[in-house]
Design a protein around this ligand. Structure first.
Ligand SMILES: [Zn+2]
Ligand SMILES: [Zn+2]
Length: 309
């Protein structure tokens, strides 16, 4: 059931009782508003977060990319994005903790979470994600999440039909991003499984895949980065399981990599979808909420209370 708020925004009133009030870490750090490819305004997201009982809401619009893509924030919007969120964070500060973040791409030689391009951008946290994994012979960047057909085409034309090689390169990019460009959170860590329903491209139990994941986790463990449990794939009906898979979350615990929650919401309707269940999963895997962690680079102590280990 929905009620109108403003001319086109909607709020979910069945969340008015605070469906996530019983969550141990009532927060989400992966949110896309109208400043990139999301459908709702930041204010609408904040109102929904309060109704849902969240303590903290992090915004993470796709940072600008220096070539045309339809889902990233146009460069000229960046100052408005930051100013809008700063204003709202102050306005709502008595009711909810609003944090300003961005989801940065890593494309070698082109952009990264620490690219000088973003030198003057001051945000509370940075999500680092790999969406592109090599280029076609004509120079076009291969977005691994565009569609299943596009995924298949990239594997064929860039990696000679070797899914294994494509996936290996993906995890090498994630490792390099973590080691050299220090994002605070690694976005949708096992993204290559996006179109892998029924193991149509690879099996996660294959030794080579486990090795790829493990090497990448070891790289991340040597940094201060956290990994997010991202429910967006399940919410959008693209994957059967959250990112990353449960066995990888267990490896995160093994390597001491904290885990944060993110719904990857592009609309208020899915702002908290899957988050309570995600906490249940983390608890069943032996992870615990709220950690004390001394970090040499980016302490972000406020984020530790919302991290699981
Ligand atoms: Zn992403
Ligand atoms: Zn995202």
């Amino acid at each position: 059931m929905y009620i109108a708020s403003g001319s086109h925004d909607c709020l979910r009133i069945n969340d008015a009782v605070g469906i996530v009030n019983w969550m141990k870490t009532p927060a989400t750090f992966h949110t896309h508003s109208i400043y990139c490819d999301g459908q709702d305004t930041p204010r609408t997201f904040i109102d929904q977060a309060i109704l849902s009982g969240l303590d903290m809401l992090g915004f993470s619009s796709h940072a600008p990319i220096p070539f045309p893509v339809r889902w990233a924030m146009p460069r000229e919007k960046l100052p408005h994005y930051l100013a809008c969120l700063r204003t709202l964070a102050i306005e709502y500060s008595r009711r909810i903790d609003v944090r300003i973040g961005m989801e940065f791409d890593y494309i070698p030689e082109i952009t990264s979470p620490a690219h000088p391009w973003f030198g003057s951008v001051s945000c509370d946290y940075r999500i680092g994600s790999v969406h592109f994994c090599g280029r076609y012979p004509n120079g076009r960047h291969w977005a691994i999440d565009a569609s299943e057909e596009e995924f298949r085409r990239g594997v064929e034309e860039i990696y000679g039909g070797s899914v294994r090689r494509a996936v290996e390169v993906y995890y090498e990019l994630v490792s390099a991003m973590a080691r050299h460009f220090h994002p605070d959170i690694i976005g949708h860590f096992d993204y290559p499984k996006l179109y892998n329903r029924d193991d149509r491209f690879f099996r996660e139990c294959d030794a080579w895949y486990i090795m790829c994941v493990d090497r990448s986790l070891q790289s991340i463990a040597s940094t201060d980065a956290r990994i997010e449990l991202n429910t967006g794939g399940v919410t959008r009906g693209r994957t059967d399981e959250q990112y990353p898979s449960a066995w990888i979350l267990e490896r995160c615990k093994h390597y001491g990599i904290p885990v944060t929650l993110g719904s990857d919401a592009h609309s208020v309707l899915t702002l908290t979808t899957g988050l309570p269940e995600a906490e249940t999963l983390l608890e069943s895997l032996g992870l615990r909420p709220g950690i004390e962690r001394v970090s040499s680079h980016r302490p972000l102590r406020w984020l530790e209370r919302y991290s699981w280990l």
